[in-house]
Design a protein around this ligand. Sequence first.
Ligand code: GNR
Ligand code: NI
Length: 172
Amino acid sequence: MAVREVLVAPDPRLKAKAKPVGKVDDAVRALMDDMVETMYAAKGIGLAAPQIGVSKRIVVMDLAREGEPAEPRKFVDPEIVWASEETVPCEEGCLSVPDQYAEVERPKQVRVRYRDENDKVQEIDCDGLLAVCIQHEMDHLKGVLFVDHLSALKRSMILRKVQKAQRLKAAE
Ligand code: GNR
Ligand code: NI
């Protein structure tokens, strides 16, 4: 297992549409282990493969609170098969848009079909933080960041701050 580097906007690899995985084999399982390790190292609650420069439809997540046992979840080729009409706002952040937060409105509930690490088809009903996070992660598979849901003005303000912070970090 290895911690990978998390890409930061405006990296063009974050804008690409990820490819379906097809079969879940040992290589995919090893990649998902790296993703989980990278997510924990970065203190995120989710991570999509494009964030480590891998253009594949893979998402990992762990919503367990600090002090609770780890609960890593892995989703291959996830699809939203149903979304509620009702939407809710939630304050979102992203490891690829470090230290920036903004409210995004999304469907309150979604049903997601995916394949697990044993290549078995599963369906899960999502609500609350799980619904927010899985929609945020699945956006990454389309090359969409949470800032793309904001006004052009808010988006450019946030991306400018991120670029400035990255420049300062590079100059350290
Ligand atoms: O760690 C993360 N926290 C978070 C908070 C609110 C809504 C979505 C997220 S996902 C984010 C990790 C990340 O960037 N995943 O792509
Ligand atoms: Ni993100």
